[in-house]
Design a protein around this ligand. Structure first.
Ligand code: ATP
Ligand code: MG
Length: 767
């Protein structure tokens, strides 16, 4: 080992060139079990640690790194260590410091694939036609660039959305394919074979702009390593040790890149769990972990079987569930200690009640002394977060969203809000700018600039200026026509807003503006999720009396700052929860169609279902002490209630580890629904369902809460109502109350608990 590099460990170890070997074995080694220790001490050659959740794979990796440093096998700069998130990289660095004492500096090659790729690419940027200060484009910039290229090719973007192209290029990059490698057939997937040319054009534009996208960070470095044996040799020499966490989720380009760097005789240690492979939809190849032994002949394979994270109840439930998957290697897992709390499975009426339950349970635990930060809500789809966020805000319960924006900060929600704001307030120029060409309607930057000048000269808001400018010849014909249509639409929507319920108005705007169609035409992986978010937005508006009240609510919500620190309840998707652990885990929305996701099953059949099940396994195995699973009897889907069936995953949890409660409101006093459910019960004899039935039969008192008709949206004459002054009614949000006044379809109700409120008749039922 040469001393070319400054090594801060020298300081940590008293700066002696060859410190005497420690007399006693270091504490970090004695903190491991036999197999873990073997994996840590087998520093030379290839090692695969293939083991279930919570068995200490990440701990092994961290300790191995510390061990390599402490035994002076390599300098910090000689180790390549890959984690799945930047946060995990930071934590690993801290842990290593704690294990061997002192701060570890100089671990330049510890990070995610992307961050390491970026560092490498900057060092050799000129070989990829870039300068070392190149910009890394985010998804938005990337899309904007592609749109320009699509336009330049005269391709109809309505038919061939740029997003589709972006998704395809991303896929090619994940598979390690440059434009010249894209197979003919694949290239035909976009605009009659223009895919490959556009991919090449796009790469050309990126270089011209001195920019790289995320895919390039690895693909470009891979090409450099392949094309320059001297550089490759240099890196192989540098990286004496390579370590990779979450190996089951690497994609092809990451795999090729690693294999090249490791060479055949490299000291590579990868850890992973085939049961936790959940990124197939983003190009991850579970095969990578399965063929490790072939790629590195003589590799040592170590299996860890003791789980240190979870109680036997949790482990039993998770193992029982994942056993239903066919394509798996299979492994033994055990844990010590008391059986622990059973998984609490709860049936609730709807998502709002689900959020009330979760918040209630979280607060109860908090009162008993549990930290919010040790609790997490893991959702399958991001739209599910809205209901929880609104509830937490109402209660003042501190929370944070991990790995993504909060609901109202999402791009599609902001777009929709911009339309609504502009209808309510015609002089909202920021809103206007946001949506003037979204969806694309041929109003380019130059036209927008002309409009700005025009508005400034007349001192009027942009929307008003739009109405005037279309009477002049200041704009090219296409932009003029589009702007004129947009202005007319807004005039019409504002008029309609006076008498149409605001939820219907929102749907109308989203449809008529072309926004919904834009997302429907979009073939990228996240487009369906965006559509769901919009539906959820419309649904969230129902609780408000008017558009103005809703807009007010959102602006208040947005004002509450996203604070990352402190004792906060964690809210995230299941995908973002990989590798993490919490005392308490809430798993809401376990309903067929939502989880497992119907879309995934439709697109990928059995393989899709198995990936969903692995996701459920990941969710369950995040918990150390307790799990709350819930399913709602009703989900609101696009303005109408749909009865939902409990997820098959509920019934796959072994009975011995589960305790099922069906909430009083589960049937909502809806006789029709109860009949539906009993009809369904005869065809759906799952243990989970039977447990629910048994509880029901045990005679739990269920006062009828809500009449059935409260849940059918009435489309009758909005002005007429069949309610009269003095009647007792029930409202989903405000509870029971008596009608004080009736005006059209608006009722003034004196609610027993919530006080006097104006509500629309379709949201109440006779009590
Ligand atoms: P996942 O598959 O979820 O990524 P993992 O296999 O990486 O899990 P770790 O996160 O490394 O597991 O470990 C799970 C928990 O068990 C951690 O809290 C860790 O500190 C603890 N743990 C691991 N090994 C031991 C051990 N030998 N003694 C005590 N605790 C341990
Ligand atoms: Mg881990």
């Amino acid at each position: 080992m040469s001393g070319r590099y400054h090594d801060p460990l020298d300081e940590a170890f008293g700066n002696e060139p060859n410190p005497p070997a420690p007399a006693r074995e270091p504490a970090y080694l004695s903190a491991l079990n036999k197999e873990q220790r073997e994996a840590v001490e087998a520093t030379e050659g290839a090692v695969l640690v293939l083991a279930g959740a919570g068995t200490g794979k990440t701990r092994v990796l961290t300790t191995r790194l510390a061990h390599i440093l402490a035994t002076r096998r390599a300098w910090p700069g000689h180790i390549l260590a890959v984690t799945f998130t930047n946060k995990a990289a930071r934590e690993m660095k801290e842990r290593i410091g704690a294990l061997i004492g002192g701060v570890v500096e100089g671990m330049q090659w510890l990070g995610t694939f992307h961050s390491i790729g970026a560092r490498m690419l900057r060092r050799h940027a000129e070989l990829a036609g870039l300068k070392s200060n190149f910009t890394i484009l985010d998804a938005d910039d990337q899309l904007r660039l592609m749109k320009q290229l699509v336009e330049a090719e005269n391709i109809d973007e309505k038919r061939w959305p740029a997003r589709t192209l972006a998704a395809m290029i991303d896929g090619w990059k994940n598979r390690g394919q440059r434009p010249e490698d894209v197979p003919e057939g694949d290239a035909h997937g976009y605009a009659f074979g223009k895919g490959r040319k556009l991919y090449a054009d796009y790469q050309g534009r990126l270089k011209a702009l001195n920019a790289a996208d995320f895919g390039d960070l690895l693909l470009d470095t891979l090409s450099i390593l392949r094309g320059h044996p001297d550089i490759l040799a240099d890196y192989r020499d540098r990286f004496r040790y390579i370590l990779v966490d979450e190996y089951q989720d690497t994609n092809v380009v990451q795999y090729l890149w690693l294999k090249l760097l490791a060479g055949s005789g490299g000291n590579v240690c990868v850890v992973g769990d085939d049961d936790q492979s959940i990124y197939g939809w983003r190009g991850a190849e579970i095969e990578n972990i399965l063929r490790f032994e072939r790629d590195f002949p003589g590799a040592k394979v170590i299996r860890l079987e003791r789980n240190y994270r979870s109680t036997p109840a949790i482990l039993g439930a998770a193992s029982g569930l994942i056993a239903a998957n066919k394509g798996r290697l299979g492994k033994t897992l055990w844990t010590e200690g008391e059986h622990g709390e059973k998984i609490k499975v709860q049936g609730v009426w709807d998502a709002e009640e689900e959020a009330r339950h979760v918040a209630g349970d979280a607060e109860a635990l908090h009162r008993e002394g549990h930290l919010f930060a040790q609790m997490a809500i893991l959702v399958r789809a991001s739209f599910q977060m809205r209901e929880f966020e609104d509830r937490f805000i109402a209660l003042g319960l501190p929370y944070r969203v991990i790995g993504g924006p909060r609901f109202y900060e999402r791009a599609e929600i902001r777009d929709a809000m911009a339309y609504l704001r502009l209808v309510a307030q015609g002089d909202d120029d920021l809103a206007f700018e946001r949506i003037v060409n979204k969806p694309k309607r041929g109003i380019g930057d130059a036209s927008v600039q002309s409009l700005h000048r025009f508005a400034r000269a007349r001192q009027v808001p942009l929307l008003a200026a739009a109405r005037e400018i279309v009477e002049t010849d200041e704009l090219p014909p296409k932009a003029k026509k589009a702007l004129s249509e947009l202005a007319m639409n807004f005039a019409r929507w504002s008029g309609t807003a006076q008498h149409l319920p605001h939820t219907e108005l929102a749907e109308m705007i989203l449809d008529e503006s072309g926004y919904t169609d834009m997302l429907k035409a979009d073939k990228s992986a996240d487009a369906p999720g965006r559509l769901d978010n919009l539906k959820e937005l419309v649904r969230s508006m129902e609780q408000f009396e008017s558009l103005a009240a809703f807009l007010e609510h959102v602006s208040l919500v947005m004002e509450i700052e996203q604070n990352e620190t402190g004792d906060r309840l964690n809210l995230m998707t299941l995908h973002a929860a990989k590798g993490l652990e919490f005392d308490t885990v809430f798993l809401p929305g376990w309903e067929e169609g939502l989880f497992p996701s119907q879309r995934t099953m439709d697109e990928n059949g059995l393989a899709g279902l198995e990936e969903e099940r692995r996701l459920a396994y990941v969710g369950l195995t995040r918990a150390k002490q307790r799990i709350f699973v819930s399913f709602a009897a009703n989900r609101r889907v696009h303005g109408s209630w749909q009865s939902a069936l409990p997820s098959r995953f509920v019934s796959e949890l072994p009975e011995a580890h589960v305790e099922t409660t069906v909430d009083e409101g589960f049937y909502g006093g809806n006789a029709g629904f109860r009949d539906n459910m009993s009809g369904f019960a005869s065809t759906y004899e799952s243990p989970g369902w039977k447990r629910a039935q048994a509880n029901k039969e045990r005679g739990r008192a269920r006062p009828p809460l809500i009449e059935a008709q409260a849940f059918t949206v009435q489309t009758s004459d909005p002005q007429a109502t069949h309610y009269a002054k003095g009647e007792r009614v029930f409202h989903q949000k405000f509870g029971y109350g008596r009608i004080k006044a009736v005006e059209g379809n608006k009722l003034t109700v004196d609610f027993d608990k919530a006080g006097e409120k104006k509500v629309i008749d379709q949201f109440v039922a006779r009590a």
